[in-house]
Design a protein. Sequence first.
Length: 574
Amino acid sequence: MPRPKKKPASAELSKTPTGITGFDEITRGGLPTGRPSLICGEAGAGKTLFSIEFIVRGATEFGEPGVIMAFEEKAEDLETNVSSLGFDLRKLQKDGLVYIDHVHIDRSEIEETGEYDLDGLFIRLGYAIDSIGAKRVVLDTIENLFGGLSNDGILRAELRRLFRWLKDKGVTTLITGEKGDRHLTRQGLEEYVSDCVILLQHRVQAQISTRLLRVVKYRGSLHGTNEYPFLIDEEGISVLPVTSLHLDKEISTQRVSSGIPTLDDMLSGKGFFRGSSILVSGTAGTGKTSIAAYFADSACKRRERCLYFAFEESPQQIVRNMRSIDIDLQDHINKGLLQIHAARPTTYGLEMHLVNIHKLVRKFKPRTVILDPITNLTTIGNMMEVKSMLIRLIDFLQQEGITVMFTALVFNNDSSLQADEGVSSLVDSWILVRDIESNGERNRGIYIMKSRGMHHSNQVREFVITQSGLELVDVYLGANGILVGSAREAQQLSEATGVEFRSHALTRKDREIERKRAVLEAKIASLKEEFESVEEELSKSFYEEDLRREIMEKNRLHATEKRNARNTGNGKSK
């Protein structure tokens, strides 16, 4: 007898997408095509909703009609129950995309004589499949088929026959089952004959409920093996695929402003890297929310969407409070650029908050996300659990190229500072705002503890909140240390007064110099005039002397000529 040929190593298992957010990513494609899968869990875990969404998504998004065979709830009840999720089963039935059949099984009518079989079910299910050309089938729940049987041999034989019949029909089937005491299901056999087994759990710890999903097995396919939180809301089921998060995200060198020019100056004048994570921590009342609001305002002014998660204040409170520092967040909300989602941390568990953030980010598609404050999450989990959640959140947001800012409350004690440092190690930039108490005043100082990949200031600046907004000003160093608040203003006034005094003194000296220069120049002019007068007198004397000499010489010569003439006349007469 020849051996059957092996499948090529490159052949992959064909999969049918469920359309359920996150689940197809975990299973790398969905449920095994043409094979039965089992979804089990305790009452209220969400098995029926998961199954019906599988049918509805198939009919509306993938063009695959489906059959729902219910053994507990009537068609009318199912239609009503899932209408809150936005699923209109009645319309889908009219369009021939969904076939709902309610099969009532009376346990008192089940015979345990060996004649019990599922032939009637096969006929009924086969008719439903063929009537609409169904590609997907849901059986809800399987315990109702065998709940009245105590003969394990018949139960096992019929259960195997059911799964074999479904495979032969080539339909992708999802079977719901209730969780047993020692097994995943009551009979404990379904989990072995199913090709894919999904376990749903609904945990309640510290009065906070969390829904979790785990793929127990998946024949012929790799899949995520962790427990994944999932959310049921008006849009259906959303699963958070944490195993898809890796350190392979792209990075950006583009800068985004903090909204505070003087803070940007401390960050080499350009602000934060786009897609980075920022932590603003500080004691109560230091202005963390104000910094976050300015960051949101700056993003909206760039025409970018911002998603703001508030864990302490309502949206109305935040909008009102920020008007006092000259920010109108309501205008951004009206323009659709800003969404503020406010909820107490105790509303959900940590995982549910994470799922909700994922869901809103996927829907709103923001460029900036703000969580204010993350320390409130410690009311529903310890610091390690919060850190684990934030790691996954940061990885997700950075994978999407979204800039995220966290605010965190710290106290003036060592344990809280250590907790803050535990969170700060996750982020790219860390800004610390602290109280500076001096001269009977409480002022604020701001530090940049770190900012990866950029030059940043190591100076302490005074953080001032005014009606005109936020500003960082230089601190002054005095004999007793840093001067802030009124001490800084007094020092500034003193320096300004000193400058004025120096200016006045210089002006007075300039006038004295000018006066002395004028007196000196007057003296010089007088001496020059006196010199010129003397010089003129001397020149006159010299001129008169020369003239006198000239006249005397002329007179002498004239006298000599006369004498010579007389002598000549006397000689002729002789």
